[in-house]
Design a protein around this ligand. Structure first.
Ligand SMILES: *[C@@H]1O[C@H](CO)[C@@H](O)[C@H](O)[C@H]1NC(C)=O
Ligand SMILES: *[C@@H]1O[C@H](CO)[C@@H](O)[C@H](O)[C@H]1NC(C)=O
Ligand SMILES: *[C@@H]1O[C@H](CO)[C@@H](O)[C@H](O)[C@H]1NC(C)=O
Ligand SMILES: *[C@@H]1O[C@H](CO)[C@@H](O)[C@H](O)[C@H]1NC(C)=O
Ligand SMILES: *[C@@H]1O[C@H](CO)[C@@H](O)[C@H](O)[C@H]1NC(C)=O
Ligand SMILES: *[C@@H]1O[C@H](CO)[C@@H](O)[C@H](O)[C@H]1NC(C)=O
Ligand SMILES: *[C@@H]1O[C@H](CO)[C@@H](O)[C@H](O)[C@H]1NC(C)=O
Ligand SMILES: *[C@@H]1O[C@H](CO)[C@@H](O)[C@H](O)[C@H]1NC(C)=O
Length: 483
């Protein structure tokens, strides 16, 4: 007899198997194949008294000697079935195929069952109607931990449907559901093979039972579906067991072939999931390393500047000139626009600036910082200038109003005098002819001899102040004409 074509059957299992095959991963879960049984397979099973392997089959109940009022169990002893998948996100899915052959001896009775249980040993007094599943005392008791598919061949109590049905039993011989087989032309206890497939989908918690029997009139098929949450009745380490019993009537309860596969449906999902998690972790790691490296490099590179700046701030007296924001001074000078340029002085360019907020017109000196040595020199001069000039409030020195040191810019803000420094005043006449583009307020006052004398006296006084008043640094203030 050939195995029936299963393509017509809804086969979630095939998809699951395909997934495992595609992934090239045979899961570590329970899996075995017995095309038939012989003496060399004995050690794979544990047998209750009277049951065993004979005639290339598992004999669930005795096939010789006193066969009446017997019950028996054959337990797959090599491994147990795990209830949960490896990630414990869903119940394991499995499929088992078996070839039944029930051979009547004296009448037909009682029947057999495929059982998932945590208690593999045969209950006492479980012959007759109990099918080796439970007994009069334990029937319906939760601690049985039994989920069974029964193949009942005898009506043995009132609620028993008939002598030829499939039933789903949970902890009790009184079936949760019974499926008649007579009107499907499937007859269990006739000595002919019945191919049985029991499949459980762990995620859907769907149990499906298929029976196929061939006769001279063709293939007869039974399908039964039932939703069962196995975790409600079973705990981990589930034994796979065949049970059977006889009563007054006897039969051989035989399993000729048995295959079992577990499918960890989560295998595929988990692999994909882990790949994603790993990728995310690696990305995060690389990103953080880059970030830290970048930060480290940036701090190293700007260390000098940061230190210099800290020193600068320390060096400049807190009570001294106002510290401006670079933004303010940019706006004040129209972003150091060439049209605002008043001229070039020592170490920098001077711009005309107008600070809105404090309503101040000033000359903004932008200390040149193009080259490193320039910067150092510029910074030195800057500090000296800020310190010295702010302390000196000599009327002949241009008064320092504020300063700014940001983003590599060194800026000094002085009081603005339209004439600029002395040289400009001296040569103002020649200049005004050409530089009309200068500030609008540029007009040339008459440089009288009286005024020249005042300036000379002022310069003299300035020098006295510088040499006596300034403690350190060079006296580099810009001369302004005395008023
Ligand atoms: C017993 O069955 C196994 C397969 O289940 C087979 O490999 C072996 O040859 C058989 N032995 C005998 C003695 O038939
Ligand atoms: C052994 O099995 C064959 C067919 O599988 C059957 O014809 C025969 O009657 C069986 N013998 C016994 C003692 O059950
Ligand atoms: C057969 O075995 C059953 C159960 O062990 C027992 O009740 C019965 O008396 C036995 N019958 C014979 C004839 O030995
Ligand atoms: C079990 O698998 C073997 C090998 O694939 C096959 O020959 C046999 O028919 C299967 N048994 C059942 C009951 O499907
Ligand atoms: C067959 O069963 C009947 C009762 O159902 C019994 O009287 C008879 O002795 C049995 N025969 C054999 C050979 O076991
Ligand atoms: C089994 O049944 C017999 C009588 O039918 C009884 O004497 C015995 O105590 C029972 N054993 C158990 C374990 O219930
Ligand atoms: C089960 O036990 C009860 C008593 O607890 C008894 O009345 C009943 O007959 C027993 N049934 C069977 C089938 O042994
Ligand atoms: C067989 O009988 C059962 C109830 O007795 C019924 O639900 C089912 O549809 C029947 N099947 C066929 C194929 O007639």
């Amino acid at each position: 007899m050939t195995k029936p074509n299963t393509s017509s059957l809804p086969s979630f299992f095939c998809i699951a198997c395909a997934a495992v095959v595609i992934l090239g991963r045979t899961c570590s879960c329970l899996q075995f194949t017995y095309p038939n049984f012989n003496a060399s397979n004995r050690d794979d099973f544990s047998f209750s008294p009277g049951s065993g392997i004979s005639n290339n089959s598992l004999q669930i109940t005795p096939n010789a000697g006193n066969m009446t009022h017997r019950s028996g169990r054959v337990v797959y002893a090599k491994e147990t079935l795990k209830l949960w998948n490896s990630k414990r996100t869903a119940l394991n899915s499995f499929r088992t195929d078996l070839m039944l052959n029930i051979l009547p001896q004296n009448g037909t009775g009682e029947g057999m069952a495929f059982v998932l249980t945590n208690n593999p040993s045969l209950p006492s007094n479980s012959s007759g109607q109990w099918l080796g599943v439970c007994n009069n005392q334990t029937d319906g008791v939760k601690t049985n931990r039994v989920v069974a598919v029964e193949f009942d061949t005898r009506k043995s109590y009132k609620d028993d449907l008939d002598g030829n049905h499939v039933g789903i039993d949970i902890n009790s011989i009184k079936s949760l559901r019974q499926y008649p087989l007579n009107n499907l032309s499937i007859f269990l206890s006739t000595g002919s093979d019945v191919w049985v497939s029991i499949r459980y989908h762990g995620t859907l918690q769907l149990l499906r039972v298929f029976l196929v029997q061939y006769s001279i009139r063709g293939q007869h098929l039974f399908k039964g579906d039932i939703y069962i949450d196995l975790s409600q009745y079973l705990v981990d380490d589930i034994y796979l067991v065949f049970t059977g019993s006889t009563g007054d009537a006897t039969q051989l309860n035989q399993i000729k072939s048995w295959n079992f596969t577990t499918v960890d449906i989560d295998v595929k999902v988990r692999r994909g999931h882990w790949r994603k998690v790993l990728l995310a972790l690696v990305t995060l790691l690389v990103f953080s390393i880059c970030l830290f490296a970048g930060l480290f490099m940036w701090r190293r590179l700007t260390r000098r500047r940061r230190l210099a700046y800290r020193n600068l701030e320390k060096m400049i007296d807190a009570h001294g000139p106002v510290k401006f924001k670079l933004r303010e001074l940019r706006r004040a000078t129209a972003n150091f626009s060439p049209t605002r340029k008043l001229g070039r002085g020592g170490f920098g360019t001077v711009y005309l600036g107008y600070v809105d907020g404090i309503n101040l017109e000033g000359a903004v000196k932008r200390v040149s910082t193009d080259k490193q040595e320039d910067t150092n020199r510029g910074e030195k001069e800057f500090v000296a200038e800020v310190n010295t000039i702010s302390k000196l409030s000599h009327r002949n020195l241009v008064k320092l109003i504020g300063w700014c040191h940001k983003k590599g810019e060194l800026l000094l803000v002085y009081e603005y005098f339209p004439m600029g420094s002395l040289d400009k005043l001296l040569y103002a006449r020649e200049r005004t002819a050409s530089s009309s583009s200068m500030s609008a307020s540029t007009h040339t006052p008459e440089l009288t001899w009286e005024r020249r004398y005042k300036i000379i006296r002022g310069v003299g006084r300035r020098w006295t102040t510088c040499t006596t008043g300034a403690a350190s640094g060079s006296c580099t203030g810009t001369s302004r004409p005395a008023t």
